[in-house]
Structures are given as C-alpha cells and as structure tokens.
Design a protein around this ligand. Structure first.
Ligand code: HAM
Length: 430
C-alpha cells in the first residue's frame, strides 16, 4: 500500500478543521497587533541557507539539484525568505514592516515527539526598528494567541535573554564574530547533550576551562538583577533587558515572561534578545523561538536592517492543547442537508440546494439515492441543523419538507420516555 513520506502528515477533514482553527487564532493575534500577511515559495536557492557556523538547520536541509542543475532546497524556516523579500525592495518598503506568515517548513530532523520533517510555523517579524519595545510587542502577540486558545501564564512561560549578555562576557576574553556564533550553537545544545560532550565541543572550538566556566555561570543566571554581578555597570545588554522588562510590565504580561540566562538559541543570526516559549511543566519541546537578528541582511549581500521576530510551530502547541483538554470540538460547518427521496426528484433537490446556497446557507446535497434514516444519521454526523426533504407525496402538492433538528432534539430531550428522533416530525412546509 502506498505510504506518505516519513515524517510528513496527512490532514483528514477533522484534523484540517483543527488546523484551520489554530491558524485562525494565529492570524487573529497577528491582525490584532497590526501585522500584514505575506507568503513566499517553499522552494528556494540552496545558498540562501548555507551558513557556515555549523547549525543543525543547515545539516537538515531537504536540498537537491533541479532539472536545470540548480541547487535548490525546501525551506527549513521562513526568516531567510523574508530577508530576501525585504532586501529586494530595500529603500522602497516603508519601514517599519510588521508582517506575518504561516509557512510549511521542511527539515530532515531525527523524528521525535513534537518534531517532524515538515511543520507549519507561524512567523511574526518586525523590520526596521531597533527599539527593544518591538520585542515586547512580539510577546504581546504571543500571549494574545495563547490566551485566545485558552492557555494561561500557569501553563506556559516565555523565557528571554539576550545574546549580548554572553557576548559581553566572552567579548572580554576576545571571543567574537563567528567564534561567538559557533559558541552559541554549541551552548544551545546543553539540554540535549551531556556536559562532557558540550565541554569537548567547546574545547574543540579553542575555549579553555576559564572560558567554559564563565559560560556556565552566565547561563545559570535566572534573574535580571543577578546580571549586574557579571556585566559591567554600563552594559548594553543590561540596559536593553531592563527596558524590555519595563515594556513587558506596561503590556500587563509580566507573569508570562521570565529572564533566563540559559536561552541562547541555536541559529547563528541572532544578535540581541533571544526567547523561547515552553510549557511550564517542561513536558514538551520548545513551542516557539525567536529573537533579534539585526545583521542577517549583510550575510546575504545586502545592507543590514534591524529585525526581530519569532517562529511558532503547529506541532507542540497542538500536543499541549490536547494534553490540557483545550482542543475544541469542531463540526463540518454544514447547516442544511438536502435529500430527494425519489431519484426522479433529484433535480428538484438540486434547485432547492441552489436556493439555499444563494441565501448563504452551507448546504450538503445528498448525491446518491439514500433513505431518510441515512439522511438523519448523516446530518447528525456533519452537525447540520436542518434536513430539507424532497419527497414524492409533498412534491405532488408542490411542497418541500424542512425538518429542524435542533427543535427535534429539544423535544426529544424533554420527553419523559426514550424515543428515536425519526419518530418525530415537526414538519414545516415550504
Ligand atoms: P526555530 O527555533 O528553529 O526558529 O523554530 C521555531 C519553532 O518552530 C520551534 O520552536 C518549533 O515550535 C517549530 N519547529 C522547528 N522545527 C520543527 C520541527 N522539525 N518539527 C516541528 N516543529 C518545529 C526559527 O525557525 C526561526 N527562523 C524563527 C524566527 C523567526 N526568528 C526570527 N523570526
């Protein structure tokens, strides 16, 4: 039997309803904050992604040569495509840009809970402003979404730090540029690899034990006040983080956000704030990740523009919502089922369905020859509240029956003895 590609998902209608519901919530939170939607192709030139710092995302590319011998890749993330779009209209696009998108992304990952080889990733980005308040606006978008789907600050936390913290600590030891980005990528794996493996990789990068212990103590910081002990009084990182937390307070979302020195993120391009969203119990993988990336454009041959944003996957959030029993029961949306009880009357049913559709009712026309009993079952299954029946006797009198299932159910519920719904007819003739 034919199978789908490993790590990819099919969306049957009931799953598609949930996916649409999720995407509607993503979209609503974005629109509520003034973001506009954009899109880009799933296939890009491979060199858009081949950065040199040894990130997992580059090793996981779904890349191949096309028939014209061009090296192309399915996108593993949206940020480079967005950067390409912004760059090709540089100087023309009015700044700042506030854009969102829900692209499907492809990564040849090791399969595990919450990680597949394709996922949809809600991306929300702000370009053209270096104000740290833009990062707080992103947090507001995230918490608006989370609240919208029924989660609270007791379920989920946004953990935030800044690359500048580690940069300032390591800068005093002469670790900068590429070496710094590579260090961040290794440090990001701390929760996945053993301390020995991390030490080995850091040593390979040329870091001595003094550097390694400085890194470890910085990552262990859990409160912004403790930063004062490791950073200089005029520290840029400290100033920015203080401003950020003040803004977070103004948004009224302080209970959702915590400083955490261990957040560095595994992508090379981040330059400032970095954050991740996790379930408080730590049962699941990261729900969302993002940060500021002010220097991405120059790596792609353009002129730098400040930018900040996040990617929020569809897989972990669905698992968390399921775990918390917060997934809604969604019906098909069909309002009316139209059936002809005689094959001769099928075209009358077609006309009846058209009239209803013209008046914006969502109509499922029964295309095969079916009996009333089937129509009732079907209506119940799809969640329709009316059945429109074209039956020979009535049609002779130029009438069509409309059964209101809601009323029928009401009657059924209020009767003192059990009855089958089919026994009752609240026939309204149209
Ligand atoms: P990322 O941390 O690689 O960041 O991915 C962001 C989110 O996408 C993750 O937190 C997770 O929810 C989801 N995700 C990533 N990979 C997978 C996977 N294999 N299966 C399921 N879900 C996954 C980025 O991609 C950045 N480009 C985000 C960003 C946008 N930064 C600034 N703007």
């Amino acid at each position: 039997m034919a199978k789908g590609v490993k790590g990819t998902r099919d969306f049957y209608p009931e799953e598609m309803r949930l996916r649409n519901w999720l995407f509607d919530n993503f979209t609503y939170a974005s629109l509520l904050h003034g973001f506009e939607e954009y899109d880009a192709p799933v296939l890009e030139n491979e060199d858009l992604y081949t950065r040199k710092q040894g990130e997992d995302i580059v090793k996981q590319l779904y890349n191949f040569k096309d028939k014209g011998d061009r090296k192309v890749s399915l996108r593993p993330e949206m940020t480079p495509s967005l950067a390409r779009m912004v760059m090709s209209r540089a100087g023309v696009l009015p700044m700042p840009i506030k854009w969102f998108s829900i692209p499907q992304c492809w990564r040849y990952e090791r399969m595990q809970k919450g990680r597949g080889r394709e996922h949809f990733q809600w991306n929300v980005d702000i370009w053209g402003t270096s104000e740290i308040s833009a990062d707080a606006e992103l947090f507001s978008v995230i918490t608006t979404f989370l609240e919208g789907v029924g989660l609270t600050e007791e379920d989920v936390v946004i953990r935030v730090s800044s690359r500048k913290v580690l940069e300032e600590v390591l800068g005093s030891l002469g670790i900068e540029g590429d070496a710094f980005a590579q260090t961040c990528i290794i440090v990001d794996k701390m929760d996945k690899l053993s301390p020995e493996a991390i030490n080995e990789q850091l040593t390979e990068l040329g870091h001595n034990s003094e550097v390694i212990s400085k890194i470890q103590s910085t990552l262990g910081l859990k409160h912004i006040n403790s930063l004062k002990k490791v950073l200089k009084p005029d520290s840029e990182a400290l100033k920015e983080l203080t401003t950020l937390f003040e803004a977070i307070e103004s948004y009224g979302i302080s209970d959702w956000v915590e400083f955490d020195g261990s957040i560095v993120r595994g992508l090379a391009y981040y330059t400032g704030s970095v954050f991740e969203v996790n379930d408080r119990k730590g049962k699941f993988r990261a729900i969302c990740g993002g940060g500021r990336y002010d220097k991405l454009l120059s790596t792609l041959g353009g002129k730098d523009l400040p930018a900040t944003g996040f990617g929020f996957g569809d897989m972990v959030i669905m698992e968390l919502l399921k775990d918390k029993n917060l997934l809604p029961q969604l019906l098909s949306g069909v309002e009316d089922v139209v059936i002809a009880l005689d094959p001769e009357l099928k075209n009358v049913a077609v006309k009846a369905a058209s009239v209803l559709r013209d008046s914006d009712r969502l109509v499922d026309l029964v295309l095969e020859n079916k009996k009333m009993k089937w129509a009732f079952k079907h209506a119940e299954r799809v969640g329709a509240n009316r059945i429109i029946i074209v039956a020979p006797e009535e049609w002779k009198r130029q009438k069509i029956k409309v059964k209101d299932l809601q009323i029928l159910n009401q009657i059924k519920k209020n009767l003192p003895f059990p009855v089958s719904i089919h026994d009752y007819e609240n026939t309204k003739e149209e």
